[in-house]
Design a protein around this ligand. Structure first.
Ligand code: FPP
Length: 239
């Protein structure tokens, strides 16, 4: 199974430092569509294409893990048509990835979030994609679907309690959250400057990069801008 149509030649000649774990909040699809007199769903469709292009570039650069915020636990409150469109986009992406079996990208896909509430057929495709790409050596693409950062921490703590723990350390929680390593850089387009319940645990020392560009207009050059900025940050981790 290949996730993206790409040769996936890895080359990072451009950046002296890359985030090990990059988080991306794909925001601004609705506004992008509204400005063009289109339904919000058209914004999500355009956003899905950008997700693919940016994933490919992260793979080419050799970033270890990238987590995309695709659907939050709060997004169920949106109109049914919008929720259905998003679920169909996830479904179609996975079906296409399955058909691209002969392609040669080496990326791995993982899903983070609650399984409860998701359609069984989508869950089946998600499981299949995780299993079929599990041994790929390249970039790990984490797709956050039905994800909430608080929910992730609570579920980690509940699992520790179920194991009989009475004293919990930071390391215990780190061992139980969905993704590690810690998130080094979070990119949020569309002008909003909020974390919105994304990677709360992993982003404790994460750097933020904001841009006014709406996600469907986000280009590889915007990713490069964010990475260039990250390269020049002086990270002190509280020290
Ligand atoms: C927030 O923007 C975006 C979402 C709730 C959905 C993000 C999902 C995608 C871009 C599709 C990803 C597709 C695949 C295959 C992984 P918003 O619509 O709330 O923007 P607004 O603030 O302008 O209304």
């Amino acid at each position: 199974m290949a996730l993206f149509k790409t040769e996936n030649r890895r080359s990072n000649k451009t950046f002296s430092v890359l985030p090990r774990h990059l988080g991306i909040i794909m925001d601004g699809n609705g506004r992008w569509a509204k400005r063009r007199g289109l339904p919000r769903t058209a914004g999500h469709r355009a956003g899905a294409d950008v997700f693919k292009a940016i994933s490919k570039e992260c793979g080419r650069l050799g970033i270890e893990q990238v987590t995309f915020y695709a659907f939050s636990t709060e997004n169920w409150k949106r109109p049914k048509e919008e929720v259905d469109t998003l679920m169909k986009l996830f479904h179609d992406f996975l079906l296409t990835a399955k058909k691209n079996i002969e392609e040669s990208d080496d990326m791995r896909i993982r899903f983070i979030g609650e399984r409860e509430g998701l359609d069984p057929e989508l869950l089946r495709l998600m499981d299949e994609a995780e299993i079929e790409t599990a041994d790929k050596p390249g970039t790990v693409i984490n797709l956050a679907i039905n994800y909430g950062g608080r929910q992730e921490i609570v579920s980690a703590v509940n699992r520790l309690i179920a194991e009989g723990k009475t004293q919990i350390t930071e390391q215990d929680i780190s061992d139980k959250v969905y993704t590690l390593p810690d998130c080094d850089l979070i990119i949020r387009p569309s002008g909003e400057q909020r974390l919105s319940n994304f990677l709360l645990w992993q982003a404790a020392y994460g750097e933020f990069w904001y841009s006014d560009v709406l996600w469907p207009s986000f280009k590889v050059r915007d990713l490069h801008k964010a990475l260039r900025d990250f390269e020049n940050r002086n990270r002190r981790f509280g020290g």
